[in-house]
Ligand binder design. Structure first.
Ligand code: GDP
Ligand code: MG
Length: 195
């Protein structure tokens, strides 16, 4: 299904205009340099570039039309700085998210291993909860420096019981699909919880 998205950056993102479903916090995790901010930047392009460039807005909302229905996600991009800060506090991204995107780079095996560790850490922190998680192998455009095969990524997702997708933020390949997949997963869990 064709999707569309419009987003607005803000740090104070608790507000809903009432037309949409409630905000859902989606947290991006992964090693530095794997492409988290690049994946998210695609959804930010049309709005305040300046704020994004100055990295003032680590959290922003993003409204996607998926299967004819709007959903507003509150996307939280993490980096070394805010992860370190958060680990010491109770509002750790590990606790805040309603859903997670764990990113590694297919050109960086260490980041793939970190992704597994993050999954384990999430499971430990959020034991009882059935949280939607998507494992993302980014930078597929860098064909010649690939270190992690698509089969390995897929197998890892099976072990860790989450969805899997490979993306290229640079080519904007599968990025829309990633966020639409997130919305669909969230809806499935919610419908499951309602009935
Ligand atoms: P973050 O630390 O996870 O937020 O990573 P960034 O989004 O800052 O990206 C780190 C570097 O990788 C930047 O130089 C990006 O331009 C580059 N990058 C991100 N995604 C891709 C991709 O899909 N392909 C390629 N070739 N480079 C990418
Ligand atoms: Mg970043």
């Amino acid at each position: 299904a064709a999707g569309s998205a419009h987003c607005s950056g803000s740090l104070d993102s608790g507000v809903s205009d009432g037309r949409n479903e409630a905000h859902l916090r989606v947290v991006l995790l992964g090693d530095p340099g794997v492409g988290k901010s690049s994946l998210v930047a695609i959804f930010r392009r049309e709005q305040d570039r300046e704020a994004a460039e100055q990295q003032l807005a680590e959290v922003f909302d993003c409204t996607l039309m998926v299967d004819g229905k709007e959903t507003t996600l509150l996307v939280m991009d993490t980096d070394e700085r805010n992860m370190k800060k958060a680990i010491e506090s109770s509002d750790s991204p590990m606790r805040l998210g309603n859903a997670y995107i764990i990113v590694y780079s297919v050109t960086d095996r260490a980041s793939f291993e970190s992704a597994s560790e993050l999954r384990i850490q999430l499971r430990r922190t959020r034991q009882a909860e059935n949280i939607p998680i998507i494992l993302v192998g980014n930078k597929t455009d860098l064909v010649r420096s690939r270190e992690v095969s698509v089969e390995e990524g897929r197998a890892c997702a099976v072990v860790f019981d989450c969805k899997f997708i490979e993306t290229s933020a640079v080519l904007q390949h599968n990025v829309q699909e990633l966020f639409e997949g997130m919305v669909r997963q969230i809806r499935l869990r919610r419908e499951g919880a309602d009935t």
